[in-house]
Design a protein around this ligand. Structure first.
Ligand code: S3P
Length: 171
């Protein structure tokens, strides 16, 4: 089995599912947001506030590039906007099998209402922003995905099981 890369909108469960998958498959878990925060010694919110989104996107690309020659196999959870740049989409494909955790806007809203850690949702109407962004990004996530897993109303354990069956079914 290759590296497994989780993509999807903010709050779809990439980090939780990724962590659980890493226990189950005995792989190292990497979270691109956390790795960027560690490298920069700065929170994502501060990076957005002081350097802007475009600089953050370049940090995401640089991080993916650093994984290309990494021989160890990992479970990688990505930031929700990782798929926005074409070069990142190509890098994701190069690095491993891409699993899209697809969630409806209602599911995301239930999870992220009141969240203060996502700079892109600190707006007047975050609920509308979530729907609009998912409508726009949905086809992009689908295009880059090797596997699509619907996560609405499912327990994390079941999502993990579905992913393992999907990727192992192809061995
Ligand atoms: C973003 C998602 C966030 C983080 C940043 C931007 C996005 O990651 O990378 O706030 O553009 O969707 P999570 O998906 O882990 O929340």
């Amino acid at each position: 089995m290759n590296n497994l890369i989780l993509i999807g909108y903010m709050g779809c469960g990439k980090s939780t599912v990724g962590m659980r998958l890493s226990y189950k498959l005995r792989r190292t878990f990497l979270d691109t947001d956390k790795e960027i925060e560690r490298r920069q010694n700065c929170s994502i919110s501060d990076i957005f506030a002081t350097q802007g989104e475009s600089v953050f996107r370049t940090m995401e690309t640089e991080y993916l590039e650093s994984l290309v020659d990494d021989k160890e196999l990992h479970i990688v959870s990505t930031g929700g906007g990782m798929v926005l740049r074409e070069e990142n989409r190509a890098l994701l494909k190069k690095i491993g099998a891409v699993v899209y955790l697809r969630a409806k806007p209602e599911t995301i809203w239930k999870r992220l209402e009141g969240d203060t850690t996502r700079p892109l949702l600190q707006t007047e109407n975050p609920k509308e922003r979530i729907s609009a962004m998912i409508e726009k990004r949905g086809p992009v996530y689908e295009e880059v995905a090797d596997y699509i897993i619907d996560v609405d109303d499912k327990a994390f354990e079941d999502i993990v099981g579905e992913i393992v069956r999907a990727v192992e079914g192809e061995k």
